[in-house]
Design a protein around this ligand. Sequence first.
Ligand code: ATP
Length: 598
Amino acid sequence: MKFKLIAEYFDRLEKISSRIQLTSLLSDLFKNTDREVIDKVVYLIQGRLWPDFTGMPEIGMGEKFLIKAVAMAYGNKEEEVEKLYKSVGDLGEVAYSLRSKVKGVSILSFVGGSQEAGELEVTEVYNELVKIATSTGEGSRDIKIRIFAGLIKKATPIEAKYLVRFVEGRLRLGIGDATVLDALAITYGGSADYRPIVERAYNLRADLGDIARIIATEGIEKLKNISPTPGIPIRPMLAERLPDPEEIMEKMNGKALVDYKYDGERAQIHKSGDKVTIFSRRMENITDQYIDVTEYVKQSVKGDNFIVEGEIVPVDPESGEMRPFQELMHRRRKNNIAEAIKEYPVNLFLFDLMLFNGEDYTTKPLPERRAKLEEALTSNDKIYIASHIIADNVDKLKNYFYQAISEGAEGVMVKSIGPDSIYQAGSRGWLWIKLKRDYQSEMADTVDLVVVGAFYGKGKRGGKFSSLLMAAYNPEKDVFETVCKVASGFSDQELDELQRKINELRREQKHPRVVSDMIPDVWVSPTLVAEVIGAEITISPLHTCCRNEKGGLSIRFPRFIRWRDDKSPEDATTNQEIMEMYSKQLKKIEEKPVDENI
Ligand code: ATP
């Protein structure tokens, strides 16, 4: 399969902003894709060479390298390329126009091959990009530049444009996972009705390229019977929230398992043979940060292969008491992780089991999963099963909640133990309900919102980005709908960081997956997630979240709390959740006795 075809599709996809059209054009591309390379094509569409969880390196070529490569490929001076880049603002376009000026095959002959432009194969492009990504150490800089220059020399102008954008990490086609899933269902199943099958498979094995390969080469039937595999993350099951213990017990039909809700980092732990891998809430490979945890698991959980889940919590080295989750940040520093491991010890509290010795447990009810977990684990002072009780009345739940808080937990997780209490990978449902400590605010909980635009400040903050246009996620439409403008809560350091973050992600036009009536000073690709708290949710004509004829919903007096790097934009609070919070708030107001307001 020729890479040219893909580049041409990229060019068409980029110009589309309707999700329906994107899906249909993507499906068209899949129809024209050789089945053997479908996984590579899916990764390329996502702007990557492999899923994040593999922990494989990124391409690692910055702007400077790229300018050198473009100059080398087309016989220009670096200064010329740089100047053009400054005036055009897009290195892909620069490569396109410089490549267009290189005439005829004659100029290509000095490339060292007889290959005509437009003859690049997808596999060849992919393999060359892999070489670039995996070359490390001394001299790798020059190797990367040379390989890339060689590649774009053989490319047509349009191929060069998208190769440059890909390597630069600016391939912003606006295609989310949901759109890829729809397009796969349509292409290989025959209609969008097959989406639930494709989605379920993806939830259990979160590798889109792999899912595409299976459906394309082995068919939709094969996907129906897919089970989790050690080494490929499962998309995490998520909890709904409710502030009222009575309502929670009602939802649970009067009886539930109540776990401490630990405030640390979620860890999905896979073991296969001797190899233990840990994935984060975002399914990134965080094994290196928690080598100590991998050892605890090897020593204490029996089983040849399994997938279990728990929360890693920092603890005081002396007393063993739980410490604030922020201490885990020290584990992120790349150099001297060994010291951080020693200085900031952790405990692991396991709360679920999804696979055991090859058997899929995601379809079994929670009591069965927990029984297996307890059977497999020999607890010690590092690794435990999450503290829990079975509550069969509201008072038991309340008392356990207060006990959890007094011991440093964030609240409790109330979990269904009914016959249908399966592990719902990748979805937020009422089988798990979180009850958290109250915040000093009318809003019962914080929300996680996605930055979609930024505004320059005035006065002291003049010339600097100082407020952000924030959006909730609408999973049905796979778009981001605005809910508020956040201008407070940033520390000076966070404000400085903000400038860099925004500059990296700013774009000329609104991202196709953003729905907004407000026009910020700069648009931002929906990537960054921030935790925000506000005073209340109100109806507003300015925002697009949950919009109907009365207006949209917006958060009043929003305040930035922290970045949520562990969340991807699709993990942000959804429009549906904002609507639920709004309804709850209305109910609360109605329930207030009249004289309380006097
Ligand atoms: P979510 O993960 O639901 O999007 P969030 O990341 O904002 O939300 P919380 O609202 O605080 O986090 O609650 C969910 C998280 O609680 C889980 O992702 C998990 O990391 C953590 N957690 C702690 N203890 C437990 C437990 N016993 N069972 C399940 N999750 C737990």
